[in-house]
Ligand binder design. Sequence first.
Ligand code: BDP
Length: 631
Amino acid sequence: MNRSLLYPRATTTRRLIGLDGMWRFSFDPESKGVEAGWALDLPSSVSMPVPASFCDLFTDKASREYCGDFWYETSFFVPAEWSGWDIVLRFGSVTHRARIFVNGVEVAQHEGGFLPFDATVTNIVRYNQFNKLSVLANNELSETMLPAGTTRTLADGRKIAAPYFDFYNYAGIHRPVWLMALPKERVLDYSTRYRLTETGAEIDYTVSTNGPHPVTVELYDGTTRVAESSGTTGTLVVKNAKLWNIHAAYLYDLVIRIHEGSAVVDEYLDRIGIRTFEIRHGRFLLNGSPVYLRGFGRHEDADIRGRGLDLPTVKRDFELMKWIGANCFRTSHYPYAEEIYQMADEEGFLIIDEVPAVGFLQSTANFLAANQGNGRQQGFFEKETTPALLKNHKAALTDMIDRDKNHPSVIAWSLLNEPQCTSAGTEEYFKPLFELARRLDPQKRPRTYTVLMTSLPDTSKGQRFADFVSLNRYYGWYVLGGAGLADAEAAFHHEMDGWAKVLHGRPLIFTEYGTDNLSGAHKLPSVMWSAEYQNEYLEMTHAVFDHYDFVQGELVWNFADFQTTEGILRVDGNKKASLPASASPRMRRTSSGSGGQRCRSISRSEKMIPKTAAPCRFAPAGRCLFDMLFT
Ligand code: BDP
């Protein structure tokens, strides 16, 4: 009833206490904690930082790879003067599912490891005292969840995560935890949409509250009020509006109040940017001007803290992206921490926001989960599990759009990454998702999904739903790599000529392309994994991009190296970002048009990695591993 995904803010009517810090932690492999009363007292616990993934903090492999139930515990003090308010606990994310207990009483359950949720604990907490907060989390994977995978049991009875996706299954309390005191009658949500006019801009807004009292909305430029309106829907007229733009963000302060007579019942503050984003005549238009998307696919992944929010890393990443001249990134393959979108709002970056719909491909599932390719292409959307998956997918999409719809940085929604999309069930699965995104988003941002290499213009049944087409392509890496690069270029052109026929005026971007690198490996003539080979690959790939006017963006894979499940395809993780960006003027062309030099990826840290064979060596004679996996 009081569902709200608004970012926690302290205002004249709202109070906040951050609960991040060192908590207590314990594994619960037999899932006996609830019955054994662990919600009141966690036995044999160790200390554990929040936010962080627990995985890389241990030195034994069983703990890092732990899969199953695990507990966190802390205590919090509720000031006596908070009585009469609603007391709410707010979790930025717990991966992948959580049950929340306060003083031993269960107050919330949540499924989905990348989006926020809260628990109202008004009737449970003891005032002027410490209260116990316990979180029972679980990181098992299944085929009905986002992201998809499975959970295997080893001979010794231990469970192990078998992701159908190419990133490590980091788990823990990954984002900040807040204790909030909120007024009983309050703002639950708001949304905006923008119109540029001859004299400035108009902002249509809606506000939802849980009470009957009147609402006012004001817009401030610093300390100056520049527009005001009243009512739960209305329009703010901003004369001489300063627009939000790439690398030139301008943010206004929005102040929403609920009034009862002369008293302010609730006040919520947020920062918004005035901008429009649309597709017209095959171009992306930001404030009416064409923009070519340049940047990265990324991950939330850093040494030690895993997927836990780490503000110094966030800052460093934005500095690197600014330095190289990027203007855009995709939140592959899940919605990131809210603080990252706030930073993009402030720095003027464009975001393609992706729901955690990854691993929806049976042939990858076969290979990644069981380390055995069987070469079969099967459907993923024709299973008994499909209805449950679609339900969870819609829930995650709803929460993502609710949470992120007011960020000026967010320009598009990515509804799936590399799903199987050539079999009969594709359309039935895609249609309701694309419709839902359109209905939920007041700004009607363009929708897309990333298309896997084996889904071609004439076989992809999903592409017709997309407002722009996003391709993940690795010609010259997973297919026709090494000495076959000339053939890779020809095959790439052949495919692109096919896309030209089905776009019907829509733009196309590359959401992934790249090669893995053995850091420090140089060889002339080149071999795969060397810096020289990456250069040749990028030159070839960029030449193909430049040949087609409908290509309107390029997001190289990946911004930084990231951890994956161990296996024969990866050398201590995915290493598609192991070259420095010293010669990367191409990405500095941040405005319109295509052409010029393209970038290389950035190395956050140089690591010593052992020599390994190139991937194709593992395949039967004459057959690339990619063919085994995906065909
Ligand atoms: C694509 C996936 C991405 C992988 C990437 C790769 O979307 O998650 O990390 O390929 O192979 O298939 O590097």
